[in-house]
Ligand binder design. Structure first.
Ligand code: GDD
Length: 318
């Protein structure tokens, strides 16, 4: 069996690639960046998502049985700074990609996973918590709107006969995630304090929000199963179903350090709109596949902090 991962060099892509290889699946990956594709043993293909003909050629050459369409602009915060870029990356490029699949020789044999987000739900009334898949889609930021649009595209192409399943992962975290997300922003600062690079005072944003966190390795395990079992055109939440406040995340991370770290709220990290509580129901996915959260959040936070400690040490040696 052969899989194609778009955006393979991203945070989730690399974890998914590792898992699929363990499952003896031959993995190919696309990247827009030339330097990412130099190691030929890694089966990387350079691809611009606005070039339909080029995508068709890659699909006909690689002939993947499975396609995980991960390439996207994935930051809520960045989506406010760059609305058109977010729409291009997440919506227009997805439309070009689906159209290319439909016109390729593999349209009928391949299974496609469309990656949405819990941000598609936006503001949800208290009686709809935990959020189920049939909850009203009420996104409140450009990122959420782009992911609802991706869901609509997935439904459209499923109605045209393509085998495309949509997932809505809630906050996924772990080693390898870039800066700009809460656990990486916190871990990076703690690692810098420990390395003596900054004063032991952390800058933080809104600590009262609650999120449904899962380890990225649990998330990709769900992706690798739901692509086979999901019903085309349907959406599936991937979440822990237990909320955790950002202040608890911060306390857990600070406890992992022996340093006496103070906390300072930085106004520039507060958002215009920030959803106070996100917690999903995972009943639908559990009724379909044999999956549950396996990695406790404490372990994920420790692995994330260790990742940042190593990264900072490595950067200092260079
Ligand atoms: N990034 C960041 N940095 N967030 C902070 C900080 C900080 O220093 N301090 C507090 N927060 C708060 C944010 O205001 C938000 O309430 C919460 O921490 C989580 O922020 P993020 O980690 O940036 O994630 P997100 O919830 O906005 O979006 C993530 O989850 C979505 C799924 O629900 C992203 O991973 C999306 O790609 C994903 O789809």
């Amino acid at each position: 069996m052969r899989a194609l991962i778009t955006g393979v060099n991203g945070f989730v892509g690399l974890h998914l690639e590792e898992l699929l290889k363990v499952q003896n699946i031959e993995v190919w990956g696309t990247s827009r960046i030339q330097s990412d594709i130099q190691d030929s043993s890694l089966n990387r293909v350079q691809l611009e998502f606005n070039n339909e003909e080029e995508i068709i050629k890659v699909l006909n050459d690689v002939k993947p049985d499975l396609i995980f369409h991960l390439a996207a602009q994935s930051s809520v915060k960045k989506s406010w700074d760059s609305i058109t870029f977010t729409m291009e990356s997440n919506v227009i490029n997805a439309a070009v990609f689906y159209e290319a699949i439909r016109r390729s020789k593999i349209a009928e044999m391949t299974k496609v996973l469309s990656i949405g987000s819990s941000e598609e739900y936006g503001i949800v009334s208290a009686d709809n918590i935990p959020i189920k898949e049939n909850s009203f889609l009420n996104p409140i930021n450009p990122y959420g709107i782009s992911k609802v649009s991706q869901f609509m595209l997935a439904k459209l192409y499923a109605s045209l006969g393509m085998n495309v399943v949509h997932v809505r992962p809630f906050n996924h975290i772990g080693p390898g995630q870039g800066l700009g997300f809460v656990t990486t922003d916190f871990s990076n600062q703690i690692a810098k304090v420990e390395a003596g690079m900054i004063e032991p005072i952390m800058s933080v944003g809104n600590l009262s929000a609650k999120r449904d966190f899962l380890d990225v390795r649990d998330i990709v395990r769900a992706y690798s199963q739901i692509i086979h079992s999901g019903i085309p055109g349907e959406a599936y939440n991937i979440c822990s179903a237990s909320p955790l406040s950002i202040s608890d995340v911060l306390d857990n991370l600070i406890k992992l350090s022996t340093y006496d770290i103070q906390v300072n709220t930085d106004e520039s990290l507060l958002r215009n709109v920030d959803i106070p509580l996100y917690v999903g129901s995972n009943e639908k996915i559990k009724s379909l596949i044999d999956w549950k959260q396996e990695i406790p959040i404490e372990k994920t936070l420790e692995d994330t902090l260790n990742f940042w400690r190593e990264k900072i040490q490595k950067e200092r040696r260079v």
